[in-house]
Design a protein around this ligand. Structure first.
Ligand SMILES: NC(=O)c1ccc[n+]([C@@H]2O[C@H](COP(=O)([O-])OP(=O)(O)OC[C@H]3O[C@@H](n4cnc5c(N)ncnc54)[C@H](OP(=O)(O)O)[C@@H]3O)[C@@H](O)[C@H]2O)c1
Length: 353
């Protein structure tokens, strides 16, 4: 019997790219899925309608509306990419999936898109090296300080357990590359540096280098598809408290990236010199880049000792490595010049209900 899947944040960079991948699959169990895509605006709905999927307009803060979407469309699997740090959206979706399970007698699944940075020191992780096979849920609960992404991870696991929903947490690192969705096609991080460098005619780097984990959007999307395929095959894979997946292909060496960006932008006449300068301060950087000051250090200089095991055990084989990534900086510039038309909403205030 075919299953029904809902992708939230389907107008976004990651959600749109996951949607494009699932909708275009011609083999495996994924092609049997009935796909629904959740977006917020009419313009977005129209733009996605050409994909031949069921596009629903819903604000996920509206509990009754998301419950109706899940029950009416008989949704068994939700891929949540709309927010990693707004717990109320999660509660609404998981509650509805719990009700769907009661009504249908079938298992329901919640795949959460989280943030890998919270497993680095600057992201508030005090335990040093971390494998996704470690008892991460218990460790996350030990940490005080209430980071919204971490609180949301904990909520996902606890709420899903309470409602009989099977949950997975994908810890997403720095994502780069041209998205394949219909609406937002560029990522948050590197495009912000490119946009700001063009505005200042200078490429700035931080006073401290960082090497955070990274993944190309095509490899990330391939992992979501692999996980969904395993769910459809009913394979016994890590889930719930054990269901953390670090989707890490390689590192992003920031100083080397900034140097490559300086060269690429200079060659196009977009900055004044083919070399970098140090940001005058973290305040100026946050203000210029449009990132919240409180996360600026974590975003700009953190590294983290994350070790990805679970994704590779599932059979994930990323195609991009650090060298290919560094060689693609001019493509990143080109993507921003061509496609950077949608204002990011990633750091908009979260709902309080
Ligand atoms: N991109 C990265 O490098 C990266 C790295 C680590 C983690 N992540 C995490 O991955 C997730 C997706 O990232 P992304 O880059 O794809 O972000 P994105 O492009 O901003 O996509 C998020 C989408 O969710 C939608 N959305 C937000 N709140 C909503 C609500 N209340 N109701 C309905 N839709 C809502 C947004 O709608 P609008 O279009 O209307 O604003 C947007 O289309 C985020 O949680 C992010 O924290 C991303």
């Amino acid at each position: 019997m075919s299953q029904n899947i809902l992708i939230t944040g389907a107008a976004g960079y990651i959600g749109g790219s996951v949607l494009a991948e699932l909708a275009s699959r011609r083999n495996g169990l994924i092609k049997t899925l009935n796909i629904s895509a959740a977006v917020r605006s009419e313009e977005q709905a129209q733009s996605l309608s050409k994909l031949g999927v069921n596009v629903v307009r819903v604000d996920l803060r509206d509990e009754a509306a998301i419950s109706e979407v899940i029950l009416h469309n008989e949704i068994d699997i939700v891929v949540h990419t709309a927010s990693s740090r707004d717990p109320s959206l999660i509660t609404h979706i998981i509650k509805a999936l719990g009700r769907r399970r009661e009504v249908s007698g079938k298992e329901t699944y919640f795949i959460h898109s989280s943030v890998a940075t919270v497993f680095s020191e600057d992201g508030g992780w005090p335990f040093g090296e971390v494998r996704d096979t470690d008892p991460i849920f218990a460790k996350e609960k030990e940490i005080e300080g209430g980071h919204p992404v971490r609180e949301t991870n904990i909520l996902v696991t606890e709420e899903a357990k309470a409602r009989g929903v099977t949950s997975f947490i994908i810890a997403v690192p720095v994502v780069y590359g041209r998205g394949t969705g219909e609406w937002r096609k560029v990522s948050a991080n590197i495009p912000a540096y490119i946009r700001t460098s063009i505005a200042h005619k200078v490429v700035y780097k931080f006073d401290v280098d960082g090497h955070p984990p990274a993944v190309h959007i095509s490899d990330l999307v391939a992992f979501y598809a692999l996980l969904i395929e395993k769910i459809l095959q009913k394979e016994n894979i890590p889930k719930g408290e054990d269901g953390y997946y670090f989707v890490i292909a390689h590192r992003a060496p920031w100083w080397a990236i900034m140097q490559r960006l300086a060269e690429a932008l200079y060659a196009r006449g977009l900055v004044d010199e083919p070399k970098t300068q140090i940001w005058p301060s973290y305040d100026v950087a946050a203000e210029s880049l449009g990132f919240p000051r409180v996360y600026m250090k974590a975003i700009g200089t953190s590294s983290g000792q994350l070790v990805a095991v679970n994704a590779y055990r599932l059979g994930w084989q990323p195609k991009w490595d650090e060298e290919r990534f560094l060689d693609s900086m001019d493509d990143e510039v080109q993507s921003v010049l061509e496609l950077d038309t949608v204002k990011p909403s990633l750091f908009d205030p979260v709902s309080t209900s």
